[in-house]
Ligand binder design. Structure first.
Ligand SMILES: Cc1cc2nc3c(=O)[nH]c(=O)nc-3n(C[C@H](O)[C@H](O)[C@H](O)COP(=O)(O)O)c2cc1C
Length: 325
């Protein structure tokens, strides 16, 4: 192994990790690079103090970045050697990663890597085109590979219950100024030059309503913001899926993030997008209800809808100079 190519693999891993999804596009991470190793750190200044006091969503976001780094490194020709939460005295150090044995990346690794930048969050209904069952089976396996469980919700009653919980959570959060202010803090105006937060082009101005309705976060908040794309014709719910873990600690949150990104990249490679509805998971009583009634006692880490969309969304990321130490 030459030092130059190992270094190239580390650089490729950070560059790719920037594009991981994160709650409200907070990008709550920094990276430190040495000759042989990359460290992923949580940037707790970017934690949502109201919606995410425990840092669960922050760690899921960083877990998604970690899966991206692993895949990018494999794609660059090295098996990643990863240690998660390596130092109990440094809780912000989430993982270290170094290039191990040289590998020839297989086709599926390259297919995932092709989606790093292309994958986008969807915030409306989906086109009336079914998601193939075989793809859902692949996504279930992808989550399992990372130590989490993806369960497609097949019963219409259960889908209605999850939609009702989402409506309740969104309704309560919309009434609570602390929640609203936090969402507004991360929502960007159309002419903003910031490279974090949710851009006004990241959701439609006229979103479709699905039946049952899964309300979106109110990023526009009293403004006439949103993309011009007319999504009113796209009203399919898609496949509702729950991502769960057996435990509910920091390691499981990182695992859930890795599973999430594996699922999202795999789906994206097949032209399938995801919409997220995580308001419920930010409210302890509703999350516990969901856990006991619909997750067989496992801990829900993500609620998503998977489906087909023909619309392009935009997003943005901070430059390497801001996140690389
Ligand atoms: C833990 C987590 C929770 C999220 N919750 C929501 C949500 O409730 N609603 C939403 O529209 N997007 C949600 N997202 C998606 C982010 O807003 C999105 O990843 C970010 O804005 C970057 O945009 P991109 O995914 O299109 O690259 C969530 C993402 C993560 C990782």
């Amino acid at each position: 192994m030459t030092v130059v190519s190992a270094k190239h693999a580390l650089e490729a891993a950070v560059e790719a990790a920037r594009w991981a999804p994160s709650v409200h596009n907070t990008q709550p991470w920094t990276f430190a690079m040495s000759e042989q190793e990359l460290a992923l750190r949580a940037d707790t200044d970017r934690k949502l103090r109201v919606g995410d006091p425990s840092g669960r969503e922050l760690l899921i976001s960083c877990g998604a970045a970690l899966f991206t780094m692993r895949t990018a490194m494999r794609c660059a020709g090295f098996e990643p050697v990863v240690r998660t939460l390596p130092d109990p005295d440094r809780p912000s150090l989430l993982a270290t990663l170094r290039p191990g044995a040289e590998v020839r990346p297989d086709e599926s690794t390259r297919a995932l890597a092709d989606e790093f930048e292309r994958r986008r969050t969807h915030r409306a209904g989906f086109a009336d085109v079914p998601v193939p069952d075989r793809l859902i089976e692949r996504l279930v396996l992808a989550a399992m590979d990372e130590g989490a469980k993806l369960t497609p919700v097949r019963s219409p009653e259960a889908v209605r219950v999850i939609a009702a919980l989402t409506q309740a959570a969104q309704g309560v959060q919309a009434q609570d100024l602390r929640f609203s202010l936090e969402v507004i803090r991360w929502a960007r105006a159309p002419d903003s030059t910031r490279t974090d937060g949710v851009p006004a082009q990241g959701y439609p101005r006229r979103p479709s309503r699905t039946a049952p309705d899964f309300p979106q976060r109110d990023y526009a908040w009293q403004h006439d913001w949103g993309s011009e794309a007319d999504e009113r014709a796209a009203t399919a719910v898609g496949v509702v899926a729950l991502l769960t873990t057996r435990g509910d600690g920091r390691q499981e949150w990182i695992d859930a993030g890795q599973a999430l990104q594996h699922v999202l990249l795999e789906a994206s490679a097949y032209g399938v997008s995801a919409a997220f509805h995580t308001q419920v998971l930010e409210m302890d009583l509703l999350r516990e209800f969901l856990r006991l009634e619909l997750c067989s006692g496992e801990y829900p880490q993500m609620i998503m809808r998977l489906g087909i969309t023909f619309d392009d969304k935009s997003s943005m990321r901070r430059p390497l100079s801001e996140i690389l130490e």
